[in-house]
Ligand binder design. Structure first.
Ligand SMILES: [Zn+2]
Length: 240
């Protein structure tokens, strides 16, 4: 989902779509209407889901299995196809580890310091998510000078050509903790466009410790127990 809606925005859009297609009484719509708090991003915001939907991994495996099992007729064919798929998934994991530890990602923004810092901290897959957010931070601007009260500074941001979007960003001056009214960080756990824009306004060159969750870091990957190595070919082990 590319949009990040508040509950009010989501409710307005949902009612508009349902009304437009005249499906207020359709059983699927009624069921979804009653369970919005379980599936709609607007209602789930603020709860940490490690940047994945609960069914996402299962869906990906199901799609991959459907492809490799297509046309297989015997039990042996199916077992071999599943073994090959698992083997390929392990190779992908090793390649991700190798890319994270042995290669440098290509910089794609002008915020060299922050992007370079992110590249040293995060695994390659997580870094690419942060890099995408860095590319989008230019869409935002403050609508007034920051207001300083006590130990915090508050910025009000809006989005380019979307003035109805307003975000209140509060920076703890001592720790550089940055909280936002949209609570996207609390949900996804990675620094995102609003925070990265405020990092720029604050003239920071590194991602503050308060915005770094260890689960996304290379260090976490290195210290995690590996259940992969003992099953892979020795040549592949040497790659990692
Ligand atoms: Zn935000």
């Amino acid at each position: 989902m590319s949009s990040w809606w508040t509950i009010e925005e989501f409710d307005r859009e949902w009612r508009s779509v349902v009304h437009h297609f005249n499906v207020e009484d359709h059983p699927w719509v009624v069921e979804k209407d009653q369970t919005q708090s379980m599936w709609a991003q607007a209602y789930l915001t603020g709860h940490f889901f490690a940047n994945v939907r609960s069914t996402q991994r299962c869906e990906a495996v199901n799609v991959a299995l459907a492809i490799v099992l297509k046309g297989k007729k015997t039990y042996l064919d199916i077992v071999r196809a599943i073994e090959n798929l698992i083997h390929q998934m392990r190779i992908n994991e090793l390649n991700e580890n190798f890319a994270s530890s042995q290669t440098k990602p290509f910089p794609m923004t002008k915020l060299d310091d922050i992007e370079g810092n992110a590249a040293t901290l995060y695994t390659r897959a997580s870094f690419e998510l942060v890099q995408t957010e860095l590319k989008h931070e230019t869409l935002y601007r403050p609508i007034s000078p920051p207001v300083e009260v006590g130990g915090s500074r508050t910025y009000r941001l809006t989005k380019y050509r979307d003035p109805e979007k307003m975000y209140a960003m509060v920076v703890d001056v001592a720790t550089h903790t940055i909280t936002c009214s949209c609570m996207k960080f609390e949900t996804r756990g990675l620094p995102y466009r609003h925070q990265l824009h405020v990092l720029k306004l604050e003239e920071l060159s590194e991602i503050p410790k308060s915005l770094i969750l260890s689960r996304w870091m290379k260090e976490a990957k290195l210290s995690a127990p590996s259940f992969v190595d003992e099953y892979v070919h020795p040549e592949l082990k040497q790659m990692s």
